[in-house]
Design a binder for this molecule. Sequence first.
Ligand SMILES: NC(=O)c1ccc[n+]([C@@H]2O[C@H](COP(=O)([O-])OP(=O)(O)OC[C@H]3O[C@@H](n4cnc5c(N)ncnc54)[C@H](OP(=O)(O)O)[C@@H]3O)[C@@H](O)[C@H]2O)c1
Length: 267
Amino acid sequence: MGVPLNRRRVLLTGATGGLGRAIARALHARGATVVATGRREDALAQLHAELGDRIEPRVADLAAHDGVAALAERAGRVDVLVANAALPASGRLATFAAEEIDRALDVNLRAPMQLARALIPAMGERGQGHLVFVSSLNGKVPSAGTSVYTATKYGLRGFAASLRAELAGTGVGASAVFPSFIAEAGMWADTRIELPLGVRLPSPDDVAAAVVRAIENGHGEIDVAPIPLRVSAALAGVAPGLVAAVGRRLGAGEVADRAAAAQRSKR
Ligand SMILES: NC(=O)c1ccc[n+]([C@@H]2O[C@H](COP(=O)([O-])OP(=O)(O)OC[C@H]3O[C@@H](n4cnc5c(N)ncnc54)[C@H](OP(=O)(O)O)[C@@H]3O)[C@@H](O)[C@H]2O)c1
C-alpha cells in the first residue's frame, strides 16, 4: 500500500547531495512539501531558491546523536521519510581510523534507524505513512575495498525489509532502493572514474523516479541498475562468494581502491 505524495510532508536527508537534489525535485514536482536536510546551509538555500515554496531547509549533522533526535522534532509532521544521506566510506578496512568507522555507521545506518523510530509512532496513529531507505547495489553484492560501506548498506537492506514485515497492517510501509553506480552527479560521478562496463549507467533522475514509485506504490525493494548488474545482484543472493570472486577477476578491487582515493575527503 503506497502513499500519494500530493500535499504530504516528506523529510529528506542528504538533500544537498547529487542524488538528494534530484529526489527533492521529484518529490516537489509530485506536490509534496520537502523538509530538506544536510549539513551545508548554502546548498539547502540554493535548493530553496530553485524550488521556492514547499522546500523547508533544516541544517543537521547526522553524525551527532543529539542532532538526529533534534531533527526528528524540528521536522514537524512527517508523512514520509526518505533516508538518503550517506558517506561513501570506501576503502579497505585497514585504512580506516576507528572514528571513521563510527561516523560511517552513525550516518549511514544509525541515523536512518533512529529517525524511523522517532517518526513511526505518529504515522501509525494516523494509519498512514511510508519510509524509504536509500541503500546501494553494494547492499546486495560483496566487493573488496568496500567492506565498511557495504556493511552499512547490507544493514539498511535488512532493516528496511524487517521493518516492512513489522509494520504490516498498520498503514505504514517501508521500502529500500538499490542504486548501482550512478552517472552525472553524486558520490560515484564525483570520482570521475570511467567504468569498463559498456552499459549506460542510470541517472539521479532514475533514482528519484524509483523513490517516488516506492512511496506511491508501496514497493518493497527497487533496483536502479543496468541489467548485467541486476543479474549479478540476484546471483549474489544465492552465491555471494562466486560473485565476489568474479568481481575480483574483473578488477573490482582496483576500481574500489581508486574510488577510495578520490573519496578520502568524505570519510
Ligand atoms: N551516487 C551513486 O553512484 C550511488 C550509488 C549507490 C548508492 N548511493 C546512495 O545514494 C545516497 C545519496 O548519495 P549521493 O550520491 O547523492 O552522495 P553525495 O553526493 O556524496 O551526497 C551525500 C549526502 O549525504 C549528506 N551527508 C553526508 N554526511 C552527513 C552528515 N554527517 N550529516 C548530514 N548529512 C550528511 C550530504 O550532505 P552535506 O554534505 O550537506 O552534509 C549529502 O547531501 C547515499 O545513501 C548513497 O550511499 C549512491
